[in-house]
Design a protein around this ligand. Sequence first.
Ligand code: ZN
Ligand code: ZN
Length: 354
Amino acid sequence: MKAVVVRRTGPASEALVLETLPDPTPAPDEVVIAVAACGVCFHDVVTRAGTLKAGVELPFIPGHEVAGEIVALGSGVREFRVGERVATTQRSHVCGGCRYCRTAREPLCTEAVFLGDKGLNGGYAEYLRADAGVIARVPDGVSFEHAAIAACAIGTGFHAIGEIARLRLGETALITGAGGGLGVHAVQLAVLAGAFVIAQTTSPGKVDAIRRAGAHEVVLARRGEDFSSQVRAKSSGGVDVVIDNVGSSQFQPTRKSLAPGGRWVMVGQLSGEFTPFNPAQLFLRSISLLSATSTTRRELEETLRLIARGAVRPVVDRVAPLRAVAEAHAALERGGVTGRIVISPRLDDTATPN
Ligand SMILES: [Zn+2]
Ligand SMILES: [Zn+2]
């Protein structure tokens, strides 16, 4: 199969190399998926650049946002058939029996294998392997491009807003980094939850897409600018919930945007730096610091249902072939992507038999 492999971390144009590798075969509990679409996530940028060290093992095939067709089944798989259309969660394996797996919190499973971070099994390839227990069927009418980004770009927000923030009807929510893959869908989900939604972005070119996503107010702030007075003015004194897709570089304005008693859900960290803060700045105003990681299988299924019903509209910036993935990374690093870029090995002209 053709696959994009990272053998040495570094700049996109050097680290992402298109290679030919043996096709995968399934273990007893696994399926092999012919990849039709794979989202390009900022996580892939930091693993490829070498700035995210935790859990990454070289060489690896990046990519954890996958949809495609099942082409082979392990001997123990009863739940799926060859030819079915499926999407993955961000993982290829969980144990299924630990206290997290038993309580529908399987992203926290100690055995969880994040797709694309280690070994030659990831979404930037024609085929990949995953446990039958971590994938979901794609409903009729949902395209592979949309299904691919259901788990990470949409499901993470679904988890953050529904399960962690427990955003309620009539509350006010701030979505930071609202033009990105997570942000533009978190705006839609927060509107769907019945909140008054303020969206913050540093990119003037993304404002229209953010408004189309349903944001009631958009705050355009330059990088490093303190946007908190704008947010407080638009929310009569601060927001109840922040879905924070940006992290340290906007820590102080984000903190000052919260109303007393606010819930701050950390979802993204675009830069690697630490940020100093005084705990009293949080507890004297009863601010709760919360965080959300990846999506459960149940949340992936629910997200796919929302897409099928048209309640959430996936925002795909463009669909590109595998061979153009370095340019996709460069565009993400420039901040020039609205929603998600999706790559499709089907757009690479030369088919490789084995
Ligand atoms: Zn992702
Ligand atoms: Zn487990």
